[in-house]
Design a protein. Structure first.
Length: 206
């Protein structure tokens, strides 16, 4: 099994999420000097500072995602460069191509749906930071049976395994990519368990 250096990089967002979920005041204190002017223009309320904390978390999370994606590309270029070619992808059995495409489509639909349903503040811990939140949503994607409580993380898992179905050829598997994908998935399961403590202290909407 090669390239275990990728695992600490894949774990970074989950350490980040854990700290912010369990210690939201820490993140508010970190963001305050950076966003003081905007928060004051918005009234200087707890809600205003919470909104800014969500914005800072969003920017940081997207930077981490870019780092993860780049690291995955580097991993494949080091250990299984042929896996990322169109020829290698098309050489996969038809059932794997179908599962891969369906997994990616379903996963990205859930990810897009969660942003549309609850917005930036809902996704980026607005309930922990005192930010403005919309009503508690019970429609899509929260009404999808397999997604239920955590459609965003379900979407990520479907995307991970959909992509794995497309690019994990023999050389990638020999280098241990499926083990890495399994550990990556476990990180998301851990984070979803941590986030089970969210409350529903908002009006209900369909």
């Amino acid at each position: 099994m090669e390239g275990l250096w990728l695992l600490p990089i894949l774990s970074i967002p989950h350490v980040f999420y854990f700290v912010l979920w369990t210690q939201p005041q820490f993140w508010l204190a970190v963001c305050k000097p950076l966003t003081e002017a905007r928060a004051q223009r918005a009234g200087g309320t707890t809600e205003a500072y919470g909104n800014e904390a969500c914005m800072c978390m969003s920017v940081t999370a997207h930077f981490i995602k870019a780092l993860q994606f780049s690291s995955c590309i580097v991993w494949f270029m080091m250990y299984s460069p042929s896996s990322l070619t169109l020829a290698a992808v098309m050489a996969q059995p038809a059932w794997r191509l179908a599962l891969g495409v369906l997994g990616l489509l379903a996963g990205q639909s859930l990810n897009a749906g969660i942003y549309a349903a609850i917005g930036r503040n809902g996704v980026y811990y607005g309930n922990r930071f005192g930010a403005k939140l919309g009503p508690w949503v019970t429609g899509f994607p929260f009404n999808v049976p397999i997604a239920s409580r955590h459609p965003q993380y379900t979407g990520v898992l479907l995307s991970i395994w959909g992509a794995s179905s497309l690019v994990s050829d023999k050389s990638a598997n020999d280098a241990g990519f499926l083990y890495i994908a399994g550990a990556w998935s476990a990180f998301y399961v851990f984070t979803s368990i941590i986030e089970q403590t969210e409350t529903k202290e908002r009006p209900k909407a369909s």
